[in-house]
Design a protein around this ligand. Structure first.
Ligand code: FAD
Length: 528
């Protein structure tokens, strides 16, 4: 039995070495990692790393690794770097990308989120006048919240709507939610990183030290290095959230109120988001659990002549000892908003429950078999000056009366974003996130639920913006050609390729994005 296993191991190593084209010297660390079980070549491991939440693209790696330290990551990347540009490496967090961004066709996937590192849980530190915590790049935000809350009631300041995402995964994009207007995206709340570059070097970086790498990696789509440690700024966590939703039929009033709310500097809400509602079903959709079942709302009963409704969503956080003041503060803030009278829905929950709202929706969808379906999501940053044109052409035009999933809309202040980071934003002080979070239902009789229909609509939305000269930027971007990437980065393309040449000269990292390599292939799991 032992002889057979040994023979199999040799066979697999030979396969790996021939794919890598390595001499034994650079392969040495790889062999050691293989021996210790960190590198895996078995079909279940390869299959699990071949697709993602989107289920739209598939690409099998040659090997999967579950690194247990930054040194493991560096050893693996050094081996791949030594093989030239032939062996792509991608970090994978929770695999919640939608367009194959964390895949490594024919290469190596580093499963950063596969279990916690050995050793004690991270604990917050107070130094230099602020609280922070150091976490592993593969840790999930959900875990970070529970560790920091458990030590002195602290928490990160800026979130995503859903916390089962890895720290490295969201910091490679930006990490946004309704707090971003005030605290900036998650990448604006990182104090320091440990990064393994595409050359396999381990580098500590911050705005003060190795700042070019620090800014390259933040929002850098995994192109410049693998985040092994992130130092996240913390604050005293609120205990409760007053969560309010109000409805509008007038888009101008809706966006005027949203933009006024994010401009407030004194008394303000802590979270501002919004939803576009074009179909009856979606007013009570998976992102808006608290409208139903107690207060089901019929679009027709409030929208009048308008077919589309806009829901402004706000939250005021508070500490229990200040509970007596929250009613007054909310009333003062709501007083000047111009929503449809009698469409105010309020709930009050713990801060942790509020942050866990999308995870609860996930559990409901999983129960109905509606989570593991294709997700042709489209996320756009739209300049505020053109959001009314976007409404007329898309929400009240292309979408028809069935969106296939929640459509989020909320503005953010650009001055909370660091233009030195790699993230790409519109060239305006205020821009909106518009997120089409749609699910295709492959076996539905309704053709508007098909993957083909939703992909076609996404394309129409992009073409509409192009023809109307609305200078949108994709968030969590996906493109098929390098020309489109050049267009996406615009004036920052040169900076992008200079950084790539410096930190990943062999172009081994982040191949799933298809910037320097062919994109992964469309998935055949759910044909359109
Ligand atoms: P993966 O999909 O595993 O990887 C994403 C990218 O990051 C890849 O390019 C990968 O190579 C790179 N990467 C991963 N780990 C590292 C690392 N350690 N170092 C360097 N690069 C790395 N986003 C928001 O901003 N706001 C939201 O509110 C939000 N809500 C979401 C809700 C759901 C249900 C889902 C599925 C996604 C949501 N997202 C949201 C999108 C999400 O932030 C991104 O898809 C993110 O990349 C997912 O993190 P992940 O750990 O799954 O990353």
């Amino acid at each position: 039995m032992a002889v057979k296993r040994h023979a199999l191991l040799l066979l697999l190593i030979c396969r790996l070495l021939s794919t890598l084209g390595l001499t034994v010297a650079p392969a040495e660390p790889l062999l050691q990692l293989f021996d210790s079980g960190i590198v895996r070549l078995d079909p279940p491991a390869l299959e699990a790393a071949s697709s993602d939440f989107g289920a739209l693209f598939t690409a099998a790696p040659t090997a999967v690794a579950r690194p247990r330290s930054a040194e493991d990551v560096a050893g693996l990347v050094r081996s791949a770097h030594a093989a030239g540009s032939s062996f792509p490496v991608s970090a994978r967090g929770c695999g919640h990308s939608t367009h194959g961004q964390a895949l490594a066709p024919g290469g190596l996937v580093l499963e950063m989120a596969h279990g916690r590192l050995p050793g004690p849980r991270p604990t917050p530190v107070y130094a230099g006048g602020q609280h922070y915590v150091d976490v592993w790049g593969g840790d999930s935000w959900d875990d970070v919240l529970s560790w920091t809350l458990g030590h002195g009631g602290l928490a990160p300041k800026s979130w995503t709507d859903y916390l089962h995402l890895s720290v490295g995964g969201t910091l490679s994009n930006a990490g946004i939610s309704g707090q971003a207007f005030h605290h900036g995206p998650q990448i604006s709340n990182v104090l320091e990183l440990d990064v393994v570059t595409g050359k396999g070097e381990m580098v500590t970086c911050s705005n003060e030290e190795n700042s070019e790498l620090f800014n390259a990696v933040l929002g850098g789509l995994g192109q410049f290095g693998i985040i092994t440690r992130a130092r996240i700024a913390l604050e005293r966590a609120p205990q409760r959230a007053r969560w309010i939703r109000v409805l509008y039929s007038d888009f101008a009033a809706f966006t005027r109120d949203q933009e006024r709310l994010i401009a407030l500097s004194g008394e303000r809400f802590d979270y501002v988001e919004g939803l576009v509602i074009v179909d009856e079903g979606l007013i009570n959709n998976w992102r808006s659990s608290f409208f139903s079942p107690k207060n089901p709302v019929k679009i027709g009963s409030v929208a009048g002549e308008q077919r589309v409704l806009y829901c402004l969503e706000m939250a005021k956080y508070y500490h229990e000892e200040d509970g007596g003041e929250v009613d007054g503060a909310v009333e003062r803030l709501l007083r000047w908003l111009r929503y449809i009278p009698a469409t105010e829905f309020t709930t009050d929950l713990t801060y942790v429950e509020f942050l866990g709202r999308v995870h609860r929706a996930e559990e409901r969808l999983r129960g109905k078999g509606l989570w593991e379906v294709p997700h042709p999501w489209l996320n756009l940053f739209v300049p505020a000056s053109r959001i009314a044109d976007f409404d007329a052409g898309v929400f009240r035009g292309i979408l028809g009366n069935n969106t296939g999933g929640p459509v989020l809309i909320y503005p953010m202040n650009k001055n909370k974003w660091d233009v030195r980071s790699s993230v790409v934003m519109p060239d305006e002080d205020v821009f909106y996130l518009v997120a089409f979070l749609r699910s295709a239902l492959p076996n539905s009789d309704d053709p508007t639920q098909s993957l083909e229909h939703l992909k076609q609509q996404n394309q129409e939305i992009l073409e509409f913006c192009h023809h109307a000269h609305i200078k949108i930027k994709q968030y969590l971007p996906h493109y098929k050609t390098q020309e489109e990437w050049v267009d996406h980065f615009g004036p920052n393309w040169n900076r992008f390729i200079e950084r790539k040449a410096e930190f990943d000269p062999n172009h081994i990292l982040g191949s799933g994005h298809g910037i320097f390599h062919p994109s992964p292939s469309p998935s055949s799991l759910f044909p359109s």
